[in-house]
Each structure stands twice: as structure tokens, then as C-alpha cells.
Design a protein around this ligand. Structure first.
Ligand code: CA
Length: 317
């Protein structure tokens, strides 16, 4: 399968990218950079640096949107976000810059061309705000029915939010963009807090990475920072796996059980950023496949086995 990852790279985005690189089914067509956990250009820098660290300077990186649709200035991470992901987005761990920069072509051009070229073979995995994807679908609405799938990390249907009582961070960062994507008619799978909060990456796993060369040690340092500062699962001995679960579900949709339902995104007032069943269109659609069940054990085994195989092979090069 062909994959485009749309990342706001961030710690769990780095892990999602690592899982994609570790997956033999995946041909990674490109990585696109959006704002969110970090500013857009930091996202591009981090994706390039992680790709370099893992020996994949062949995967092109493209710049997407640098601010929400309603914002009049480029996004900069808030203090709260910098605490969770580190001021540099990757746990304040210093890893070398890649010997190259992002492509001249924009993320929007890449995504539109990739959909036209690969069609149903292509799945797009956004793990940040949906600003770039919305721009692509608005510029050419016919792309929605051509793409194989959009498997996104974001939202919360039957559980509360993580940045407000009802909003999840990726949606809250650009609710208007999310509303465009959710109503586009594209085949969307929503990997939200309903399922990601049930996953775990345990400290035992990152401890094993430390024996797997320089890349393994760096990835362990990056992840351990996140485990200490995003304490949602610290009492379970690790961190939850928001973004990697979206990549895994794109590769193997049987990892999650979904409910097909039209989803509305609230854009006003204190409910801004909420994802909820769209009562005006409940019987007419278009539907989003909302993941409400997850085989967490099988996902965790898949993630750990694949990442460890990749880190071991990088260490032996
Ligand atoms: Ca992310």
C-alpha cells in the first residue's frame, strides 16, 4: 500500500513514522508537515531528522499549512504543548539535522497528485490538525471519492476530550478544517481518544531499544521524556500510543472495530472542537468509521516487534 503521513512531529508522530518505516507492506510516498505539536517548519525538520536517523533520506518531506484556517499568524506551540513534547518537539533530545531540506513542492500539491496517481491504493494518515487535508479536498472535491482512505488520529466520540472537556487536541487546533474533512465524503476512519487511550507503550520496551544502537538510544530518550511529561498512562508504566495506532489501523484495519456514523465538528462556543454524531444527517450520511474498539494487545505486539526489528537492522548497518 502507498501511504502519505501528515505529521505535526511531535514524539508520538516520530513513533508513528518509525512504525511506517518498519512495516514491509508500506511504501511511504511522502511525509507532509503541518503545525500542531510544534510549528510547521519544526515538524518538517523533525521528520527529516528522524528519517535521517533511520537511514531513510530517500523519503521526501513536504511543507503543509503553518496555521489554522481562522488564524492570522503562523502557529507557535503553547507552553503546555512544549512541556509534553519538549521545546523542540522530540523530548529536548538533540539528534542531527538531515543533510537535506523539505521539497519545493507543497504538501497540498503532493497529496493531490498522489491521490490522482495511486487512487484506491493510497491511504493518507493525518496525525495532526486537518488543515492541509481540508485545503486539498476544498480545492478539488472530486479527490474525496478517489482516495483509498484517510485514517486520522483525532477526535473523541464516546469519551471526553484532552484539551477541553469535549475536544481532542488535533481537532481543537483547527475545527473548521476538521469539519470540511468529515463532511467531504472521503472514506475516513477516525482513530480517536475512544481507542488510543486504551493502548500502551511500556517503559520495558524503550529500555530494550537502548541496546539497539544510537538510533535506539535516541528514540528511547525521546519517548521516555514523553512518558514522564504526558502522564496519561504513567500509572500503567508507559505512555499511550495516539499516532502509531492510526498508522497501524491504516495497515491492518482489523485492529479496530468501528461504528459508521455521520460526524459533526462543533466550531463555536465552549463545545468548539467536539466531534459528535451529526443528528441532522444521521440517516443520510456521509458516514465516518469511528473506531470504538481496539485489539490493544495485538497492536502493541505489532508495534514493538516491528520497531525493534527496524532498530536492530539500522544498528547493524
Ligand atoms: Ca501528532
Amino acid at each position: 500500500m502507498k501511504l502519505v503521513l501528515d505529521l505535526d512531529t511531535g514524539v508520538d508522530d516520530s513513533l508513528a513514522l518509525t512504525l511506517a518505516l518498519a512495516s514491509p507492506e508500506v511504501e511511504l510516498v511522502g511525509v507532509t508537515a503541518v503545525f500542531g505539536n510544534v510549528a510547521r517548519d519544526t515538524s518538517a525538520r523533525n521528520s527529516l531528522a528522524i528519517l535521517h536517523m533511520l537511514g531513510r533520506d530517500d523519503v521526501p518531506v513536504y511543507r503543509g499549512r503553518d496555521r489554522a484556517r481562522t488564524a492570522d499568524a503562523a502557529y507557535a506551540a503553547t507552553h503546555e504543548v512544549e512541556v509534553i513534547h519538549g521545546a523542540n518537539g522530540i523530548g529536548n533530545v538533540e539528534i542531527p539535522d538531515a543533510p537535506r531540506g523539505p521539497e519545493d513542492q507543497t504538501a497540498e500539491e503532493l497529496i493531490a497528485q498522489a491521490i490522482e496517481r495511486w487512487g484506491k491504493e493510497l491511504v493518507i494518515v493525518p496525525t495532526g490538525p486537518l488543515t492541509t487535508i481540508a485545503a486539498v479536498l476544498e480545492a478539488d472535491p472530486s479527490l474525496a471519492e478517489k482516495v483509498g482512505g484517510i485514517t486520522l488520529m483525532g477526535g473523541a466520540l464516546a469519551v471526553g476530550g484532552n484539551v477541553s472537556p469535549c475536544a481532542e487536541a488535533n481537532i481543537a487546533n483547527d475545527p473548521e478544517a476538521a469539519a470540511v474533512v468529515f463532511s467531504s465524503g472521503a472514506p475516513i476512519t477516525m482513530i480517536g481518544l475512544d481507542v488510543t487511550l486504551r493502548t500502551l507503550l511500556p517503559l520495558e520496551a524503550t529500555a530494550r531499544w537502548r541496546a539497539m544502537g544510537a538510533a535506539g538510544r535516541a528514540l528511547a530518550d525521546i519517548t521516555d521524556y514523553y512518558i514522564r511529561h504526558e502522564p496519561a498512562a504513567l500509572d500503567r508504566g508507559g505512555c499511550v500510543q495516539h499516532d502509531p495506532l492510526a498508522v497501524a489501523a491504516a495497515i491492518d484495519p482489523t485492529l479496530v472495530r468501528t461504528l459508521s456514523i455521520p460526524v459533526k465538528v462543533d466550531c463555536a462556543g465552549e463545545l468548539r472542537g467536539r466531534t459528535i454524531g451529526d443528528k441532522e444527517n444521521l440517516l443520510t450520511g456521509p458516514c465516518v468509521k469511528v473506531a470504538l474498539g481496539v485489539d490493544a494487545e495485538r497492536f502493541e505486539q505489532m508495534f514493538e516487534e516491528r520497531v525493534e526489528r527496524l532498530l536492530t537492522s539500522v544498528a547493524q548497518r
